[in-house]
Design a binder for this molecule. Sequence first.
Ligand code: HEM
Length: 360
Amino acid sequence: MFSAKRIESFEYIRVEEMHTFVSRLFGLSGKPVVLVKQLTHLTLTIMIRMVLGNKYFGVSGDDRLGSDSKMSVQELQEMIDEFYGYVKRMKALKKKLDQFHDHVLDEHKRRKEELDKDFVAQGFVDLLLQLADDPDPDVKLTSDAVRGFTQDLISGGTDSSARTVEWAISELIKEPQLIRQATEELDKVVGKERWVEETDIPRLPFLEAIMKETMRIHPVGVLLAPRLAMQDCNVAGYDIRKGTRVFVNIWSMGRDPYLWERPEEFHPERFVGSNINVKGTDFELLPFGAGRRMCPGYSLGLKMIQLSLANLLHGFNWKLPDSTKAEDLSMEEAFGMITPRKFPLVAVMEPRLPHHLYKL
Ligand code: HEM
């Protein structure tokens, strides 16, 4: 499902939604904007189109989901926010989400039946349904599992990417010289007559360094999914008995003075020219985890983060509202399944590219 080819086949969705996004921000130029609301709208619409198929959210700006307007993007976003809230509310929420997913699955099944031989899978849901129909599967997918996977994909990819970009902009806005360095690189590689494309990313090492530094100091998952020791073992001198539940705290690893120089400082240069990557092989930096339970969406997550961060820096000058001083900007975290800012970043943007580029 997450093959490089499949992720690439959805590039046009990311391009279209990115364009709608910067165009919407252009309309908000000069006004204080709660950045994460805009970012979550971007990542959620990308995920909905990739997971459910284009039909559920057109580029027309229509905010209703599904052919009979079952739910709006806004409503789905509120449910995802609740999902990351408290377990107490989970049961009522499950009912609401199940209704939505049943509706989605019924529509997809109907479309498959109607199109018969002309049917082509559009999004991840179609692929999951194909796997569920497989008469001879390695692992049988129940309809509950299909609903669960659909929800995992939409919520797993939405907040994680949006919150990471919000943290990146929050750190950068405190250090304007880093924004200057990043925009110099963008102007050199991309120029001022177009938006950043996914193919530009490998030629933007400073942008990559910003992304890694953000994920080192603000990993969205503080603790990886719990592990269970399958046998007695010894890790770094500690005996761990078979059956022990192990929590890996990547937040504290990212700030460990034995691993990082001046760990509390946001200093992207530490990654320029370094071989450390975020793909689960360099154990000091594990924002997507490692091993069999590593995040399956990591390459998609990286693309969404880097492309949106690059275009936010390329397309806009950034400042804090007049009422906030950089040194007073709170960097406190809130507790939860992901680790968002305690106080959402409010920023003011001004366009820095020719205005015709922001038109849809
Ligand atoms: C900034 C982007 C993202 C970050 C930082 C992130 C981080 C993580 C982390 C730390 C884990 C636990 C890994 C472990 O315990 O070893 C995880 C699991 C997971 N992620 Fe992501 N993720 C991101 C984007 C995505 C995207 C785009 C998707 C889906 C399209 C996704 C779907 C999932 C799923 C389904 C799991 C559970 C895997 C399992 O338990 O087997 N994530 N993610």
